[in-house]
Every structure is written in C-alpha cells, then in structure tokens.
Design a protein around this ligand. Sequence first.
Ligand SMILES: [Zn+2]
Length: 468
Amino acid sequence: MRIKFCGAAQTVTGSNHLITTNSGTTILLDCGLFQGRQAYIDQMNANFLFDAKQIDYLILSHAHIDHCGRIPFLIKQGFKGKIYCTSATKDLCEIMLLDTAYIQEKDNEWYNERRKRKGLDPIPPLYTVKDAERCLKFFVTAEYETVHRINDEISFQFRDAGHILGSASVVVFIQDRGKETRIGFTGDIGRWDRPILRDPETMTDVDYLITESTYGGRTHQNEPDDERELTELIQQICIEKGGKIIIPAFSLGRTQEIVYVLDKIYHHHKLPRIQVYVDSPLSTNATEIYRGHGECFDEEILKHIRTDPDPFGFGGLTYIQDVNESKALNTLREPCIIISASGMAEAGRVVHHIRNNIENDRNAILFVGYCAEGTLGARIRNKPEYIKIFGEEKKIRARIEIMDSFSAHADHDEILRFLNPLDRKRIKKVFLVHGEQEAQQKLADAMLAQGYSNIHIPNYGEAIDIDS
Ligand SMILES: [Zn+2]
C-alpha cells in the first residue's frame, strides 16, 4: 500500500493525499486548491501528481477551498468516481465552487487581456462556472459516525471535526487478505467551546495517521469571551463615538459566528440596537446553508433557538447582495457594523469599506481571523502609520482591533488534545501535513514528547509505502 502527498505538504493549502491499496484501488483524501498569486502556484494547481482518470474515489473532509477547490478540475481531467462528504459539506461546496469558478473566469479574462497585449494566445481558466456546475452530481453524502461501506475492500467513517459546518475527520478502513488497515486523516481540526458547532470528536485508533499541523507551536488566546469583547467594542466605537466597525470576515464560518454572537448580544438586550450589515453575496448564501443544517449545531445554539428561532437574523441586521446597496453604505452617517469579505481584506467589498473608513478616528477595523503575509489585512494588522489602498496613501486613524479567538483552527494544545486518546503503540507512522515547516517541527517535537514515534513530514509529491 502507498500514500502519496500531492498537496498541503509543508504548506497550508492544496490539501490532497492519494492512497493506493495493494489491489490498485485509488482513494483521494481532499482535492484542494493551492492558494496564492505566484506563477508557480498556478502551475501546481494545473498539474495533478496523478492521472485523474485513474482515481476511483474522493473522500472530502470539508468545504474550504484549500480542501475542495480543485474538484471541478479533477472532473475536467477525467475523474468519474464518487465524491463522499457530509450533507452540509455538499451544500457548502456548491456555493464555494461556483464562487471560485466565477473568480477564476474573471481573473482569467484580465490575465488574457495582458497576454493579448504581449501578442500571446489566450489560455483557459483552471475551470469555469459550467465545470463547477457539472461536478455537483458526483457528490454522495454520508452522515457522521456511521461506517460507510464503499465495496468489499474499502469503508470509511466521518467524525465531526468541529471546524466549519459539515467538517469531518476521516478514518478509512482497508481490507486486504483478511487483515484490516485503518488510515486516519484529521482534515482541519476545529476547537472546543466555540459558538454554533459541536466540539471536535477526537480521533479513533488507527494504524497510520495523517494529521494537520497548522498551528503547531502556537496557542490562541486563553478562554476567549467573544460576547464581552464585542459588546465593549460596540459600546466604545458605535455608541460613545458614533462610529462604524468594519469587520473583514471569511464568508464561511467566521461571518456566521459573528452574526450569532451579535444576535445573542441583542437578544439579551446588552446594547441598544446598532444597524448591522453583512455585505457579501457569498456570506449571505453560506448563512442560508447554516440555517438549513441544524443537525450540525451544538447544545448551546439549539437551546438559544428555543427562544429565538433565527440565530442568524435579528431586527437591524441586513444581508446585502446587490452591489448598489453595498455602495450606498458609503454614504451612511449613522453608526453601524459592516461585516464583509474577504477575511484577509486582499479583495472583495471589504476593501472599499476599509478605504472609506480607515482615516476616521471614530471608526474601528476589527480583524477576527488569520491574514496571510502580504495581504492588506496583514499589513493593517501591523498598525503602520500609513497604508496604500487602491494606490492611494491613507493615514490610519481608525482603531485597529484583533480578536483571534474566532479562529476555526485548533491551536498547538488543541491538536494534541484531539489526538490524545490514540493508542501510540498501534500507530505505525504519523504524517504531518497542512502546516508550515516551523509549525510542523514544533508539533513533531511535542508529539515525540507525548510518546508518538515514527513521525514524518512528507515533501510535496513524496510517496511512502506502508504495510497493510
Ligand atoms: Zn478548513
């Protein structure tokens, strides 16, 4: 048997691992997009490290683009198998893949314009909206906990990863001449005691473990109290100063968490009502899918729903799809909260809102998640005196606030907690994926100290033979 690491190897995007059994059956774990604007990333996205036509099955951990974003391309390249995921993941994939396809078409038009000026022929986008629509019929849903039998040789089980709606860790059971081998794949590990989603179900015993390592060596803020922190900020900015709070937030997960926290603040009458706008079509659609998947909710939100049936809607909250309504927010004089994508503020409507509000000292820009190096979000978080937005130099007068407690990713200690019940003696090998080198090394050291052995950090494209 063999595992080939075809993405998210010593980096955090492009999750894609290929299991080939002794009988030749091929199972992909995730089919994610590599993210970034460099030319070599485009190259990696456009070249699978396997023949898509030869792949039998895809098991998908969750609907983040770095885990599912190359599915339309996989199908374009000839994959004809089934794609297994949870029901919420399937619904989220539909909007995420269509949105990504649309962005790719737009980026490609711009790119081809530049090629044309250089006298070069146009090249097609990685995939189109049509390709994304076509891939939806390949999805087959599977609920959590049940062991699903694909055939005599392969079964798998999803367990709630508590990362985003529908997210799962996966255990693949492979039968070979009367012997069973279990391969565990964490997907992205979520967090305990977070709003909306249930806590992660820890990993069950496996023979081989593929674990994410994003936050190796790093810990999140202790016992975050989102409700209190957000209440204080709204009090200081919107009520005392009459200003606006701009929140760049990922459409999927973070936006719904903030809306739910605001819903609770207003439901409990902790503050006078301030107008709240969710200004992003994708966020609006994603929220609609959250509403339809109560089976993924934790006890706390289910209890809340008994007195407030819509945890993602309250008086004063407006979801904006239309671009003209979005532009109209520029002229608003009253205090308000604008939640808009993208989370790293490198694109999307939120960049306009930041540009329009960052020079006013009554306002605040609130960051609620990770911003990759080089993005506008990361640059603003460093709190320089001036920042360039759309080529204009802006003096930063607005308050810059950071609440990283909203992170959907387990930190160093939480990864170890997720893995802790595992029988160390049973595991033949541990593979660390989905992390930068330094984070991976720190997690490897901590795991060695906790009794795990045989830890390996695979290279991109590395294939490793494993015993059945
Ligand atoms: Zn994720």
